[in-house]
Design a protein around this ligand. Structure first.
Ligand code: HEC
Length: 134
């Protein structure tokens, strides 16, 4: 895609609200609270029922180090995790990725999703160690 059409695509699809939430400490704190719905299965730096989230942004779906329980759907998905893909997946996991074994209905509220994603970006920043423990 050339620069002109890339710009047009950006204009047609405005950046998600996570960008705004990232600049607001109160929104980040609310995002951390939303993550409490995930910790039954996830941790940032340890594999549990679900894969660890360290290094999530920019990582291909299905590639968390040491996590060997991915569904074929997740393993074979051609998804790179970023604000947009996370927004769509977390809204309705099984609709966005049929066959996923993530047993969670989704975060339906758009603002909550944006705040969660903004917090995740900070909490999973590259450079944080991923655990290789099972
Ligand atoms: C009931 C357990 C459970 C809950 C609750 C849960 N997840 Fe998951 N999650 C999983 C499992 C299992 C997978 C792997 C799914 C697969 O392979 O299809 C997964 C996968 C993911 C992935 C893909 C990671 C990768 O390595 O590609 C992301 C992102 C994710 N979850 C985020 C969340 C967030 C954010 C929440 C809270 C809003 C959440 N999950 C709640 C179990 C859960």
């Amino acid at each position: 895609m050339g620069p002109a059409s890339a710009l047009a695509a950006q204009a047609a699809r405005p950046a998600p609200a996570a960008t705004e939430a990232a600049a607001d400490p109160a929104a980040l704190r609310r995002g951390e609270q939303v993550y409490s719905r995930c910790v039954a299965c996830h941790a940032i730096e340890a594999n549990r029922t679900g894969p660890q989230h360290c290094g999530l942004f920019g990582r291909s779906a299905g590639t968390a180090p040491g996590y060997d329980a991915y569904s074929p759907a997740m393993r074979d998905a051609k998804i790179v995790w970023d604000d947009r893909s996370l927004d769509r997946f977390l809204q309705a996991p099984t609709e966005f990725l049929p066959g996923t074994t993530m047993g969670y209905a989704g975060v339906k509220d758009a603002r909550e999703r944006a705040e969660l994603i903004a917090w995740l970006r900070v909490a999973t920043r590259a450079g944080k160690a991923c655990s290789v423990a099972r």
